[in-house]
Design a protein around this ligand. Structure first.
Ligand SMILES: [Zn+2]
Length: 455
């Protein structure tokens, strides 16, 4: 019996790494994790620890493709499993891609001769089959051949492994959590490949001396007695497993409202993220985070945290720009987007009111002309629609539209002035809606760009 892996809950620090892995465990749709960092930063330890947290899976007993007895894969190369086929439970698989693995080893190999007589049974499963419903761990993914990385990322994205040789093709389900690690000092991944990892985490050694001491203390305890150490941490690990299960159950019901979606879009646009993958992954990670925290709705804080995981590797940047995402910049953008939303919402309210008000504004011209001639109160418009007109003027006088465009709006009590027989300065007091709205929108945008209002 090999020694148990270092327990996930016994990791010290590395909060980003732990969270990225857990969110993917909750929602594989987040799309995998790329862990960047030097050697000796607990990358492999965390992944192996995570594999022990994943809930057990139930498989068709005889199937080397980890078929789910409750959702049979009609394409399974092991043949069509009968309903009610014997099944068994097993731990979620953790497959580590060995350095120098061949395409056949990864994707599986098709024995053409056997395939001709036995059909898809002539297919030998590869590592993608073995990783189905578990984790596929690729250490030093940046040193892997491009074709192999493409193969992994395609399978991870589609959830299907597709192999074709000389006109014979086989496919099988291959849904796994892809975790890649890389040491950036040994070379970067192509940007197209970077973009296909859902989230990235930058890991560094623990800087806090107290944390470092704790890391060493736990490592020594683990090495002295792996089983005893694992047993001591079994309860916190089990609690994490329960939390994953609960979050998975909660996830489909979690809400992400339009206002937050707009903020995600604003952040992606501001950081010049190409395409839409950044927006989508941020949304999915935020949903997973809300579920993980036991909430039914995504909050702004979830969006912020998700963006920090999903966008650093997607933002367009010059060769001299620092990697990662500037948190102050992110906060500024989120605040601006929120302020803009509130401004636009207010504009919408005003637009509705102004539309109601517009006929009155038109009539005001008649009103004003009449007032000039000192015949206020007896002109045709007021006599024709006195109630409607006065209701609209009242709304204006109450100040409902008083703030539009910084223009004074209907501050004058039309009827009071009319009763007093005074000449009201109606022409100056009335809004000019046809100018005000577009102009106001432009001013609001300009103001936001120059001076972000605080939240
Ligand atoms: Zn099967």
């Amino acid at each position: 019996m090999s020694r148990p892996p270092f327990p996930f809950s016994a990791l010290v620090g590395q909060a980003d790494l732990a969270l990225a892995l857990l969110l993917n465990a909750v929602s594989p749709a987040v799309g995998g994790v790329l862990v960047r960092g030097e050697k000796g930063t607990a990358k492999s330890t965390a992944v192996r620890g995570l594999s022990r947290l994943l809930p057990e899976i139930q498989i068709v007993d005889s199937c080397p493709f980890n078929c789910d007895p409750w959702a049979l894969d009609p394409d399974c190369p092991a043949g069509t499993h009968p309903l009610g086929a014997p099944r068994r439970r097993r731990p979620a698989p953790l497959v580590e891609l060995p350095v120098g693995a061949s395409t056949d080893r990864v994707a599986g190999s098709l024995d053409l001769e056997r395939a001709l007589t036995e059909g898809r049974r002539g297919f030998e499963p590869g590592l993608l089959a073995a990783a189905h419903r578990g984790i596929l761990y690729v250490d030093e993914v940046n040193l892997l051949g491009d074709h192999l990385v493409d193969l992994l990322l395609d399978a991870a994205a589609l959830g299907v492994n597709y192999v074709e040789r000389e006109g014979v093709s086989v496919r099988h389900a291959a849904r796994f959590l892809l975790v890649g690690t890389m040491n950036p000092e040994e070379g970067e991944l192509r940007p197209q490949l970077l973009d296909r990892f859902g989230v990235t985490v930058e890991v560094r050694g623990n800087a806090d001396p107290a944390e470092r001491v704790e890391v060493i203390r736990r490592r020594l305890a683990y090495e002295a007695d792996p089983d005893g150490f694992a047993a001591a941490w079994a309860a916190p690990d089990a609690a994490l497993t329960e939390r994953i299960v609960a979050a998975r159950r909660r996830l489909p019901g979690v809400r992400l409202d339009d206002g937050l979606l707009e903020r995600i879009a604003a952040v992606c646009a501001a950081f010049a993220v190409d395409g839409l993958r950044g927006d989508i992954v941020t949304a999915k990670a935020a949903l997973a985070l809300a579920a993980w925290e036991g909430r039914d709705a995504v909050t702004l804080a979830d969006v912020r945290r998700a963006a920090l995981l999903a966008l650093p590797h997607r933002r367009r940047r010059g060769p001299m720009d620092a990697p990662g995402l500037d948190e102050d910049e992110l906060d500024r953008i989120l605040r601006q987007a929120g302020a803009l939303q509130r401004t636009l919402a207010r504009l919408d309210e005003h637009r509705v009111r102004l539309q109601r008000f517009r006929p009155a504004a038109q009539q005001d011209r008649v009103c004003a002309a009449q007032a000039e001639r000192g015949r206020l109160g007896r002109h045709a418009a007021c006599e024709r629609q006195p109630l409607q007109l006065h209701a609209q003027l009242d709304a204006a006088a109450r100040g409902d539209v008083a703030s539009v465009g910084g223009e004074p709006v209907a501050q004058v009590d039309h009827r009071a002035d009319a009763r007093r027989g005074k000449r009201a300065p109606l022409a100056q007091a009335r809004p000019r809606p046809e100018v005000a709205l577009d102009e106001l929108g432009r001013l609001a945008l300009a103001a936001l760009e120059e001076q972000p209002p605080g939240l």
